[in-house]
Design a protein around this ligand. Structure first.
Ligand SMILES: [Zn+2]
Length: 122
């Protein structure tokens, strides 16, 4: 059951093709229209930035368990989490890194972010 407090949610009934709350429906943020969940498919589209944990630590239940559609990835993700070519459990498991020569993993973050000192030559 979804509570639309302060009309902060936008509903789109996929059967009636209207904005009324009638399951099955897609639910998004009323302000920016970011998708939140698909009521009827029991699917939550959880964006990490949508959650703020009091102690700043991510609970284990919120940590990723798989990458899906990894065959269409735009970057390598060497994180040790299973990578499926399509949907989880109904496609092929893929290896962690590419075999393509000349391609290296790309990191979005800064390696050794807690250290501002440049790497020393060995
Ligand atoms: Zn929003």
């Amino acid at each position: 059951m979804v509570k639309n407090i302060d009309d902060s949610l936008h509903f789109f009934s996929t059967e009636k093709r209207t904005g009324e709350h009638s399951v099955p429906c897609k639910v998004s943020c009323d302000m920016c229209r970011s998708p939140i969940f698909d009521e009827g498919r029991n699917t939550v589209l959880a964006y990490p930035a949508s959650f703020v944990f009091e102690d700043g630590r991510i609970p284990l239940d919120f940590q990723p368990t798989a990458h899906i559609f990894f065959s269409q990835r735009v970057m390598e993700v060497p994180d040790g989490i299973p990578k499926w070519s399509g949907h989880k459990g109904s496609s092929e498991l893929m290896q962690e890194l590419t075999n393509d020569e000349g391609k290296m993993p790309k990191y979005k973050g800064v390696p050794n972010a807690d250290s501002n000192t440049p790497a020393k030559d060995p």
